[in-house]
Design a protein around this ligand. Sequence first.
Ligand SMILES: Nc1ncnc2c1ncn2[C@@H]1O[C@H](COP(=O)(O)OP(=O)(O)OP(=O)(O)O)[C@@H](O)[C@H]1O
Ligand SMILES: [Mg+2]
Length: 258
Amino acid sequence: MSRAIKMEDLSVVIKGKDVLKNINLSLDKGIFLGIVGPNGGGKTTLVRTVLGLLRPTTGTVSVFGRSPESLLTEDGAFGYLPQQQNIDPNFPATALDIALMGRYRSAGALRWPGKKDREKAVQALSIMGVEELKDSQYSQLSGGQQQRISIARALAGDPKILILDEPSTGIDVVGQEDFYHLLKGLQKKMNLTILMVSHDIGTVTTYVDEIACLNINLYYHGNPLGALNEKVLTSLYGKNVDVLMHTDVCDKCERLRK
Ligand SMILES: Nc1ncnc2c1ncn2[C@@H]1O[C@H](COP(=O)(O)OP(=O)(O)OP(=O)(O)O)[C@@H](O)[C@H]1O
Ligand SMILES: [Mg+2]
């Protein structure tokens, strides 16, 4: 069985600076992986190598046993929510138009959306709880509503791998818990492999199957609870770990020790 993702000795150097160093990471199909680490730790860079948007300087990455570049143009391989979205806020488009963008994949495939595309886009909006906004102008919606619609766009193409870079930004706390539940449900129902970058280490560990702790090097990959110890957290956050240890992460560590 080919793995969903396999990285071997992957390094990325940008402008002479090590951004990722000797990453070895294997992920089975159908796993929900959380990626955590400090700002500038290389999380976005890592997911961009998986997507085939950035080539590793040395080492390799394969997705379902193939090169990411070869999958990038394939229908339904990846659903991607970038950290920074390049939707012009003044672009005149409805929520449905945005979700429909998730149905166009291969470069140059200019075609009118068909009935099935519309159905899938509406379905994705409905999964995200924003179906009733489908005819609203995207530019006039709130940040959180826009975020849900962008996630719907990532889902609309029936991806095999869903990659979400800080997806809960702008979503309220109650909505966040619902959202993680929802992802968990989708993972099972659609046999999705999910990569989710998040800063919310406390909450993420509750939902994901595995966690990767990244700060240029990969300090930990495995069971989420195993990441909640001072040694791993210090390698990520240095002395600032004290701040983290006084939050709910700390409660989890306590429970773990018992
Ligand atoms: N195109 C680029 N040009 C120059 N430096 C870059 C570029 N892309 C990434 N970097 C550098 O690589 C490092 C890692 O960036 P990356 O965006 O992967 O971090 P991150 O873990 O996603 O951070 P954050 O939590 O803030 O999103 C940073 O120091 C960044 O400045
Ligand atoms: Mg990032």
